[in-house]
Design a protein around this ligand. Sequence first.
Ligand SMILES: *Cc1c(COP(=O)(O)O)cnc(C)c1O
Length: 407
Amino acid sequence: MATVNAHYGKLQAGYLFPEIAKRTREFTAANPDAQVMRLGIGNTTEALSPAIIDGLHTGVDKLANVDTYTGYGDEQGFGELRSAIAKRYESYGVTLADDEIFVSDGAKSDSANIQSIFGVDNVVAVQDPAYPVYVDSNVIGARTGEGVEGQYQGLVYMNCTEENGFFPALPEGKVDLIYLCSPNNPTGAVATIHQLKEFVDYALEHKAVIIFDAAYAAFISDPRLPRSIYEVEGAKDCAIEINSFSKEAGFTGVRLGWTVVPQSLVVEDSEPGQVNKLWLRRQCTMFNGASNVVQYGGLAVMSEQGQKECQELVSYYMANAKLILEALEGMGITCFGGVNAPYVWLKTPNGLSSWEFFDKLLNETHVVGTPGSGFGPSGEGYFRLSAFGHKEDIEKAVKSIQDNLTL
Ligand SMILES: *Cc1c(COP(=O)(O)O)cnc(C)c1O
């Protein structure tokens, strides 16, 4: 008799986005004339830019010709694309070899799968609030107990609060796997070199591994802020970095990302290179490589013209973030993020809970956002607004908030 992986049963059933959809549906049913404006989900909306479209076309055209046709490729991705990614790190002052870079179909799958190369007994620490994949993949991977009142037993929650600027203090005890995301989804906070260095030093001391999600690195405009954890000395011995083409190039539906596993990374009883080989083994066993068409698109993203166009796209979304931020602050609402990250993280006014504010915002202004409590217990009392909309839609939403939100 077959049984299922019982750890799935512990998951707190994908509550956040279905609940947002349900409440929005109920609102539209009761108010058929209201035009609902969605600043909830972090999904890109602008069209792909010309150089990138050209790159994708190149990929398609190559498949149309028997002389340039390719089938399965290297599971790690095109050599040329890995070199282009390594070049980007060079611009940060970081040297990586091509075999330390693994191209994939996105950062979500990599951030979910990376835990599978680590022992089941590892103690896992996550930022709270956090992008849900880090927690859920470790629940499925049997590294937690049951969920009790929104927290999984055995998981170490590193609180990110207004007091600590939404970057956590070091874990008190010894932990083995540490997930960090900067610029952060959902809080929009960006870690400084100094903050990352504390974690790197901790990881080196305890032979822990940091899994660093840099999916929003391209949104950093302040030159003092690190775009990669490898800008911190020693990080190549203890950190894995995950990144994505989704947010910087609008590849949310196209699908392309990468993970860096340095050769010098070691864990408790491993030799240098062993963890890198494990991830290679995992990818070769469970993954057959990213789409060749899409990798041509990725090459175009990394080209000089592609980078120029991506910067324009990022600036477009960041102008939206500025609109949201300035409007809310102008109303006396306390806001965080929105400067080097495309999310505004606001403190709900008058001590409302995240869901109470969700209902109020929807009812009064017809704007949908994301309750902070959906990202973890420390998100309670906060609310996320996404800047990934069309400018006109963001302007309408902002005006409606200014005109209709009662405080
Ligand atoms: C959007 C997002 C990702 C997803 O990346 P994909 O490459 O689209 O899978 C990863 N991490 C964070 C924090 C994100 O917000």
